[in-house]
Design a binder for this molecule. Structure first.
Ligand code: 3EB
Length: 336
C-alpha cells in the first residue's frame, strides 16, 4: 500500500519577483499573488491561479507571494474562477469588473460559495478583497459600503447567519484594475475568533453603512497535519471607533495591541516571539509613513518574521494602516 501523503495547511512565502518561480521539494503550488507590476514570467504558471494586484511594494522587499501545500494539487476553472485544490484546501482567485462594487461583490461571492459547495471543499475561511477607489463616493455611498452590501446579500442568500459563520477577511483599495478576490476554503474545523477590544464588524452600527461588514476578526483553521490562525486585516479601532487619528505610529501601536488581544484568544503568542511561525502583511495608505511604521513593527516583531509592506487604501478614510497575519499554531507542516 502507498504511504499516506502528508496532509497539511497551506503556507505562504514571500519571494522576489525577479527570481524564477521555484516550488520547494515536497511542496505543491496552490497559486501566486503578484504585487506591483506583473512580470512576463507569470505566464509560465499556466494552470495555477494567479492574482496580479496593483499595489506598490514598499521598502524594496520581495513582491511575490507563493502559496504552497504539502498535499498533491489539481487545478480547475469555473465561472471565471481559477482554483487549486488539495485534499484539505481550495485556493482560488476571481476577477471581475469593478465599476459597480456592490453587484460585482454579490455575483463573485455567490459564485465562490457555489463553487466551494459543488466541490465539497469545506467552509470558506479566509478571503482577500481588492478593488479600486474603495473610499470614493458613488451614487451617494462610498464604494466600500456598496461592496459590503453586495457581499452581505450573497452570504445571506447562500444561507449564512452573518454572525457565527463568517470567514476572516481583508478589504483593500487599489489605484486601478478589477475587483480581485482571493479565497481559501478547507475541509477541517474553522473556528471564528472575535476581538474583545473591538465590536464585531458584523455588528457595527449603521453609521458605517447600510450593511455591516461580513467578516470575523480571525479564523483558527485546523486540518490534517496542522492548525493556523488566519488574522483579518486589523486596524486602529477600539469598540467601533477609529483611534489615534492622523498618527501612523499611534495607529500601529494600537493595531499591535489589537493583534495581541486576538492571539491571547487562542493561547498563541506573545507577538514578540512568534518569529518564523507567523507572517504579516501591512497595508499603508500613505507611502511616506513607511519608515515610521516599519520601525514601530521592528520594535515588537521578531526580525525573522516575514513582513510585506504594500501601498493600499484602507476601507475607512480615517485609517492609515492595516495589518493581517497568519500564525502557525502547531508547528507541523510550516517552516518555523
Ligand atoms: C475594520 O476593522 C477595518 O470589510 O472585509 C478589516 C478587515 C476591515 C476586513 C472587510 C474591513 C474588512 O473594520 C476594516
Amino acid at each position: 500500500m502507498l504511504a499516506r501523503l502528508p496532509g497539511g495547511l497551506p503556507r505562504q512565502l514571500y519571494v522576489s519577483a525577479r527570481d524564477p518561480l521555484r516550488v520547494p521539494e515536497g511542496l505543491h503550488l496552490l497559486g501566486v499573488i503578484e504585487h506591483g507590476t506583473a512580470t512576463a514570467e507569470m505566464a509560465a504558471i499556466d494552470e495555477a491561479p494567479v492574482a496580479s494586484l496593483p499595489m506598490a511594494v514598499l521598502g524594496g522587499g520581495p513582491g511575490r507571494e507563493v502559496w504552497l501545500t504539502p498535499s498533491r494539487v489539481s487545478y480547475g476553472e469555473s465561472a471565471g474562477i481559477r482554483y487549486a485544490r488539495s485534499e484539505e484546501v481550495l485556493f482560488g482567485v476571481a476577477h471581475c469588473p469593478a465599476e459597480e462594487p456592490g453587484p460585482a461583490a454579490y455575483r463573485v461571492y455567490r459564485d465562490i460559495i457555489a463553487l466551494t459547495r459543488r466541490l465539497e471543499a469545506g467552509p470558506l475561511f479566509r478571503l482577500w478583497n481588492y478593488f479600486p477607489g474603495i473610499n470614493q463616493e458613488q451614487g451617494g455611498l462610498e464604494r466600500y459600503r456598496h461592496f459590503c452590501a453586495g457581499r452581505y446579500e450573497a452570504l445571506a442568500e447562500s444561507g449564512y447567519s452573518l454572525a457565527e459563520d463568517l470567514p476572516a477577511a481583508s478589504a483593500i483599495g487599489t489605484g486601478h484594475g478589477a475587483l480581485s478576490i482571493i479565497f481559501l476554503a478547507g475541509r477541517g474545523t474553522a473556528t471564528q475568533i472575535e476581538n474583545p477590544r473591538q465590536i464585531s464588524a458584523f455588528r457595527y452600527p449603521p453609521k458605517y453603512g447600510p450593511r455591516s461588514p461580513s467578516f470575523s476578526r480571525a479564523i483558527r483553521f485546523e486540518t490534517t497535519g496542522g492548525a493556523g490562525l488566519f488574522i483579518s486585516g486589523t486596524a486602529s479601532i477600539l469598540g467601533h471607533e477609529t483611534v489615534q487619528r492622523g498618527d501612523p505610529v499611534g495607529q500601529c501601536e494600537t493595531t499591535l495591541d489589537n493583534l495581541r488581544a486576538l492571539l491571547a484568544q487562542v493561547g498563541a503568542g506573545p507577538l514578540e516571539t512568534l518569529g518564523r511561525c507567523a507572517s504579516w502583511k501591512v497595508y499603508l495608505r500613505h507611502a511616506k509613513d513607511f519608515a515610521a511604521v516599519r520601525d514601530c513593527l521592528g520594535r515588537v516583531l521578531d526580525p525573522t518574521s516575514p513582513v510585506l509592506f504594500l501601498a493600499g487604501d484602507i476601507c475607512r478614510e480615517s485609517l492609515l494602516l492595516e495589518i493581517e497575519g497568519i500564525v502557525n499554531l502547531r508547528g507541523k507542516s510550516w517552516q518555523c
